[in-house]
Design a binder for this molecule. Structure first.
Ligand SMILES: [Zn+2]
Length: 169
């Protein structure tokens, strides 16, 4: 299974790290207790349904979310530090009811090094959040155009009418 392979690879690099794998698809109910126990959540999934379920759990438990995506030559990196009420959430940027065409890297393909770049950047932001070091990317979306070697940073505003994180305030 994918999780077992991931666990093996990670343990080969970091034998002292305890890895708890959960080899099943997580729905909202199953996500909640796992997210509540975490200090930071990294979303590396490839579909909007799961991304929104993870976002809702992070909003509910006020946990920081580091979200990454890569498709073809395009990468995205986002941090939502939901420990603060002012923080936007994933749904402020990509509304749950939006009519989006799902493009997955499993069908569209992805420029292989791009997943490494985005994954490493996610790890970097997660470690910064945990250590309280530097300035987090929270409230910003970074877009990497790998084809033209260009990073762009876009500010993300909390959507007061958005519903997902707005209800909490
Ligand atoms: Zn929101």
């Amino acid at each position: 299974m994918k999780v077992d392979a991931a666990k093996q690879s990670l343990n080969a690099v970091n034998p002292e790290v305890e890895i708890v794998s959960v080899p099943k698809r997580l729905d909202a109910a199953a996500l909640s207790p796992l997210v509540s126990q975490a200090d930071v959540i990294l979303d590396c999934t490839d579909n909007f349904a799961t991304r929104h379920a993870i976002n809702r759990a992070c909003v509910a438990h006020a946990k920081p979310l580091v979200s990454g995506a890569a498709i073809r030559f395009d990468g995205q990196l986002m941090v939502f530090d939901l420990r603060t009420r002012e923080s936007a959430c994933y749904a402020c940027l990509f509304p749950e009811d939006a009519q989006v065409e799902e493009v997955q890297c499993s069908t569209m393909g992805v420029f292989a090094p791009l997943t490494g770049v985005i994954g490493a950047a996610q790890a970097m932001e997660a470690l910064k959040l945990l250590a309280g070091v530097g300035e987090s990317l929270s409230g910003k979306l970074q877009v990497l155009d790998a084809k033209n070697a260009e990073w762009r940073t876009v500010r993300v505003k909390k959507d007061p009418a958005g519903g997902v994180c707005a209800k909490k305030g």
